[in-house]
Design a protein around this ligand. Sequence first.
Ligand SMILES: *[C@@H]1O[C@H](CO)[C@@H](O)[C@H](O)[C@H]1NC(C)=O
Ligand SMILES: *[C@@H]1O[C@H](CO)[C@@H](O)[C@H](O)[C@H]1NC(C)=O
Ligand SMILES: *[C@@H]1O[C@H](CO)[C@@H](O)[C@H](O)[C@H]1NC(C)=O
Ligand SMILES: *[C@@H]1O[C@H](CO)[C@@H](O)[C@H](O)[C@H]1NC(C)=O
Length: 345
Amino acid sequence: MSLWIQCGVVILTILFQRSKSEDSCDFFHGRWVRDSAYPLYNYTACPFVQKEFSCQKNGRPDESYLHYRWQPNACSLPRFNGVELLQKLKGKSIMFVGDSLSRNQWQSLLCMLYTAVPGTKYNETRSEDAVSTFTFTEFGVKVMLDRSVFLVDVVREPEGRILKLDSIEGGKLWKGVDMLVFNTWHWWNRRGPTQPWDFIEMGGKLYKDVDRMTAFEKALVTWGGWVDANINPAKTKVFFQGISPSHYNGSLWGQPSEKSCTGQKDPLLGSTYPGGLPPALTVLKRVLSTLKKPVELLDVTNLSLLRKDGHPSIYGLGEGGMDCSHWCLPGVPDTWNQILYSLIL
Ligand SMILES: *[C@@H]1O[C@H](CO)[C@@H](O)[C@H](O)[C@H]1NC(C)=O
Ligand SMILES: *[C@@H]1O[C@H](CO)[C@@H](O)[C@H](O)[C@H]1NC(C)=O
Ligand SMILES: *[C@@H]1O[C@H](CO)[C@@H](O)[C@H](O)[C@H]1NC(C)=O
Ligand SMILES: *[C@@H]1O[C@H](CO)[C@@H](O)[C@H](O)[C@H]1NC(C)=O
């Protein structure tokens, strides 16, 4: 009899702890741990990765960086199950909207899904307005990418190319999608020949330039207005990818002699990044807190800050280029998608 009671107590305790840890589970506080069961896929099994993210194919010799798993403090991420996700998304569409970091995450998700059902039929189309649609035809699942580096509009007018902080006509491409994952940041600080606008329009006036953090915030407010006006939360789930960090300055992770991410073979262990958080994240969180419609922040900044080893460095586009902004695939964006998967299920 007392054995049964003890058993009961044990089971109740387990159930209680389980629900408690699930309640307090925060996927974004944690650390990287070695795990030989990672990466989630072999790069040779994924035909969709573009050259700039194909580090191993481009000759990156070290492999340690592939064998890390993100371990949240209070719980574990469920292991990714691509078949389950495809079944769950049957008949639905998911769209990434943003700059090349969105493309990085989009290609990662394509690999994670495709390698779960290798050889499954698919087709890929690209519309005139630069939306790439990848359809897993046997599941009726669309995984889409809309390249929109500022989210707000850039329009060619007689004066030149105008970045319109109050205008978001591009949002017409996002309607009817079941799940949206937005991102913008990396292009806001561009100057010189790679800056893709000549003037900024704000409050009906044209400016030659505007404080970039202010411009970023204005654009996010415009985007938030679009979300509040257009999203029906019963039909569409909205995420924001968060700020993906770069690693060009070793002083920020305690190696002042490093002037880039080249030769970084492992993450920072522990949970703190000595260089602190990018200020853009504060701006983003402030704007998100004002929205009326629910938007879930995929708060990937901290976990990615620790991954000074995850970038292509010289094994990206090549031609002497140094890329410490994007991420190798397989790699860090797989974890972003694993978290996305955990939040969707
Ligand atoms: C991110 O890191 C900063 C500084 O280490 C810390 O204050 C903050 O709580 C962390 N946030 C998350 C979501 O882990
Ligand atoms: C990845 O695939 C290649 C070619 O099929 C194979 O040689 C290699 O051992 C695989 N790597 C892992 C880690 O399974
Ligand atoms: C791709 O597949 C979808 C779903 O089967 C189909 O509706 C669409 O016409 C296909 N597109 C192309 C270009 O084959
Ligand atoms: C690198 O970061 C350190 C510490 O914040 C800063 O003093 C230094 O100016 C930075 N170097 C470059 C090249 O940005």
